[in-house]
Ligand binder design. Structure first.
Ligand code: CP
Length: 343
């Protein structure tokens, strides 16, 4: 990787691309293509500077305070945001939901207002509730980045995936990517199908019936469905594998679990059968031996660790973009109030 020379002008260019970046970044649909390209460019600049975070000429607001609040488990997203925050020289608060007043019945909104009143500028939140941040968009209690909400969206994952695809030299225009696995319950899949077609990619969602949306629910002409994994692999330029998300299957038919590895699992042997020399992505966590075999994960085709590595740079770019934006739509502003002012 070439080490780039940084200047404030480089950052100024990125600032221009990301004007009007949302204060509550919930979904890929919240961004326009100029902003997405701006993030790709900024992440690349951050990656080029990875040898010397101390020297970053970041036009940041002074000493931002950034919290993560993971109300659902995470290894990759939480820790890469924590590292990104530290690389940017910001103060990091690891908000622990289990020991917080959320456990006494305080709402998420009130919790976020409280953090903002303490001086926290931005909170990165993961929640099991789909579209939980929608209600904050008009009157945000604090700046928010969605770290994954239920089955709805995981926009920072999709952006780091796009960054990685480009970074490893994929030409995306006209290519086909199969997302194989539990697409129906995957927030990653939902973000990818909003993002990849913007770069000329055709997407095949592949899996058993219980893991796919209905054909009538597909809005994009660039997205199709398949139950045949070998057919999907044969057509693909990249495979994106997903785990079966059992924690979201309450009350659903799960009789396909047992036959899944044989019918839909991808192995080195299966790739070779199709003479495919193509990258295999996985957002993690992987269930080894179910949707992916160990030999494939240890092969040169597997790019899961590049995805994890690049997550730092893309998440630095996203934090920068959210923070550089003015505090528009932010709720409660009470600095300087006096009792004499009450009416
Ligand atoms: N890809 C992803 O979101 O992983 P974690 O659940 O470990 O954060």
């Amino acid at each position: 990787m070439t080490i780039m020379n940084f200047s404030n002008e480089d950052f100024e260019e990125s600032r221009g691309h990301m004007q009007n970046f949302p204060s509550v970044f919930e979904s890929i649909k919240d961004l326009n293509k100029v902003q997405i390209d701006g993030l790709l460019s900024l992440a690349s600049k951050f990656k080029g500077f990875a040898h010397d975070w101390q020297g970053l000429p970041i036009p940041f607001i002074k000493r931002p305070i950034i919290a993560t609040s993971f109300l659902e488990n995470s290894t990759r997203t939480k820790h890469s945001f924590a590292i990104a925050i530290k690389n940017l020289g910001a103060t990091y608060i690891d908000f622990n939901a289990d020991t917080s007043s959320l456990k006494k019945g305080e709402s998420l909104e009130e919790t976020l207002r409280t953090l903002h009143s303490q001086g926290v500028d931005l909170c990165i939140i993961r929640t099991s509730v789909s579209q939980e941040f929608e209600k904050f968009k008009g009157n945000a209690p604090i700046k928010i980045i969605n770290g994954g909400d239920g089955t709805h969206q995981h926009p920072t994952q999709a952006l780091l995936d796009l960054f990685t695809m480009k970074e490893i030299g994929m030409e995306l225009e006209g290519k086909t990517i199969s997302i194989i696995g539990d697409n129906l319950h995957s927030r990653v899949s939902h973000s990818l199908i909003d993002l990849l077609p913007q770069y000329g990619v055709k997407v095949i969602l592949c899996g058993p019936e219980q893991c796919l949306p209905k054909a009538s629910e597909i809005e994009s002409p660039h997205v199709s469905l398949s139950h045949d994994v070998d057919e999907a692999i044969a057509q693909s330029d990249l495979l994106y594998l997903l785990r079966i998300q059992k924690e979201r299957h309450q009350g659903e038919k799960t009789n396909y679990y047992e036959t899944y590895p044989e019918k839909y699992g991808v192995s080195l042997e299966r790739l070779k059968k199709h003479n495919k020399v193509i990258p295999v992505f996985h957002p993690g966590p992987a269930n080894v031996g179910v949707e992916i075999t160990k030999d494939l994960m240890e092969s040169p085709y597997y790019f899961g660790y590049e995805q994890v590595h690049n997550s730092i740079f893309m998440r630095m770019a996203i934090i920068q973009a959210v923070l550089q934006n003015a505090d528009k739509n932010l709720g409660i502003q009470f600095a300087g109030r006096k009792v004499q002012d009450l009416k």
